[in-house]
Ligand binder design. Structure first.
Ligand code: HEM
Length: 487
């Protein structure tokens, strides 16, 4: 009896808390927007969730761009307001919106990651995510700028060859997405941490590779941390990965102290031996989180791009034939067994146009956020300080104003001067543009070179659905039947 009363009391209390937070949210949300005049058109949706579920469900149906297309048709082609991931957000549309956000970084807007990021990466709480991002950017140029990457082309090629020998050769069928992830992960482990083969590494790095999807999915999800929610899974995934990474960081500190490796050995050593402007070293946890940030940045993004390249090459035999022709020409200009070099990649113009067109139709990242740091006007509407702003790659890429016949696969769009400025943005733009763009270009081209010279292939599931959660991927990972070339 007493137990029943307690249960009743707890339920009533929970209901009361829910009601009060619901009410406060309404007051805060509508009060704060009512204080400003001439806000962009649009609706904020339901309290707490806003329009997040519609935003995410369009992705699950494989058409994330529809969320924006429907609202631009209804409200304005330039800007509309909504409520996403716990924040009042203005979506700035098209090339003009991208240009505005990319060129006003740190003047009107600053970087902002969804609140979930701070829950998933607790070290970001020590400082703002903006400072974290600046810290990261300072550390990277030495390793990710084109000149530094030149020497990695051969390493990437040898990793690709080993990857195909282990995972593709002698198989009649493979599933592309997990294999693409394994390849990009091997490249990252080698270049960031000098781990030769994560699958046979004594630190069992491969153990945490599988947790990345949960981690990324949790960033773009409702900010609710309850057992089973995407955010909850992401926090657990980050803990697992961080534990493994911390062990690697600690071992490297020992190796550095014993002069077994140099400070320029790889990005991990560089992070451990570089001080900030106050002469302070980063903590081990900080370094582990920075490496984790890089692994996330480069893992699912590049593997989604590779998977969609394989998909489009299956569907478009004339494009496949042109890519193969270009890659055979490059291979015949080399000695037997000689690895790819930087100048070989510069010749892969058609192949890169194909990869670019793939990332137009299926951008790995759908868009990103910024935060207003002052009140300002955009397209005749007021944007209040503190609002979040969103730019979208997917809807800009499918806009017929910039890309006539937008659903048509046409790599020639990237010939000559290419697309109109700010209309093609798979890597973002401005001071926040993806620092891994060149690295991604190299690893994608190296993969294409090794793939097309080995095989032709066909889909096992001709009508496989596409889902975007939050990266685009074929629902079953793109199983294909391989037909090796006989040469
Ligand atoms: C096809 C592959 C890739 C795509 C499509 C991609 C796309 C993007 C986009 C759209 C952004 C946000 C830019 C903005 O908000 O303006 C970004 C940020 C970032 N990317 Fe990439 N990326 C890719 C590969 C990589 C790789 C390989 C790395 C690491 C080697 C990487 C590291 C990062 C990092 C660290 C950031 C955050 C930068 C900051 O906070 O300022 N990315 N990426």
């Amino acid at each position: 009896m007493q137990g029943d009363m307690e249960l009743l009391f707890i339920s009533a209390l929970l209901l009361l808390i829910l009601f009060v937070s619901f009410f406060l949210h309404l007051v805060f949300l509508y009060g704060s927007t009512a204080a400003h005049h001439n806000l962009p058109p649009g609706k904020l949706g339901f309290p707490i969730v806003g329009e997040t579920l519609e935003f995410l469900s369009m992705g699950c149906r494989g058409t994330p761009e529809k969320f924006i297309e429907e609202r631009t048709a209804k409200y304005s082609t330039e800007v509309f307001k909504t409520y996403l991931l716990g924040e009042t957000t203005a979506v700035l549309c098209g090339a003009a919106g991208n240009k505005f956000l990319f060129s006003n970084g740190n003047k009107l807007v600053t970087s902002w990651w969804p609140r979930n990021v701070e829950k998933i990466f607790p070290t970001s709480l020590q400082t703002s995510t903006k400072e974290e991002s600046m810290k990261m950017r300072k550390l990277l140029p030495g390793f990710l700028k084109p000149e530094a990457l030149q020497k990695y082309v051969g390493v990437m090629d040898s990793i690709a060859k080993k990857h195909f020998e282990d995972g593709w050769d002698l198989k009649s069928e493979v599933v592309v997405f997990p294999l693409a992830k394994r390849y990009t992960f091997m490249v990252a482990c080698r270049l960031f941490m000098s781990i030769e083969d994560p699958n046979h590494d004594p630190n069992h790095v491969a153990k945490f590779a599988d947790h990345f999807h949960d981690l990324v999915a949790g960033v773009i999800s409702l900010p609710i941390n309850l057992p089973g929610t995407p955010l909850n899974k992401a926090i657990k995934a980050a803990e697992t990965i961080r534990k493994e990474l911390l062990a690697i960081v600690k071992q490297r500190k020992i190796d550095l102290a014993e002069n077994k490796v140099s400070s320029m050995h790889d990005i991990l050593s560089h992070m451990l031996t570089t001080t900030d402007e106050n002469g302070k070293y980063m903590t081990e946890l900080d370094v582990a989180d920075k490496i984790l940030g890089l692994l996330i940045g480069g893992h699912d993004t590049a593997s989604a791009a590779i998977t969609f390249i394989v998909k489009y090459l299956t569907e478009l035999p004339h494009v496949y034939n042109q890519v193969l022709k270009e890659q055979i020409e490059i291979a015949t200009g080399k000695k037997r067994g000689e690895l790819l070099r930087w100048d070989d990649l510069q010749k892969m113009k058609y192949s890169w146009n194909v990869a670019s067109e793939v990332m137009r139709l299926a951008p790995p990242l759908q868009g990103n956020f910024r935060e207003a740091i002052v009140d300002f006007q955009y397209a005749g509407f007021s944007i209040p300080n503190g609002w979040k702003l969103y730019w979208s790659a997917n809807s800009t890429h499918k806009n017929s104003e910039y890309f006539p016949d937008p659903e048509k696969f046409d790599p020639s769009r990237f010939e000559g001067n290419g697309p109109m400025p700010y209309s093609y943005v798979p890597f973002g733009g401005g001071p926040r543009m993806c620092p891994g763009k060149e690295y991604a270009r190299l690893e994608i081209l190296v993969f294409m070179h090794n793939l097309v010279r080995r095989f032709k292939w066909e889909k096992v599931l001709p009508k496989e659905n596409i889902i975007v959660d939050p990266m685009p991927m074929p629902a079953k990972g793109l199983p294909i039947r391989l037909h090796p070339h006989h040469n």
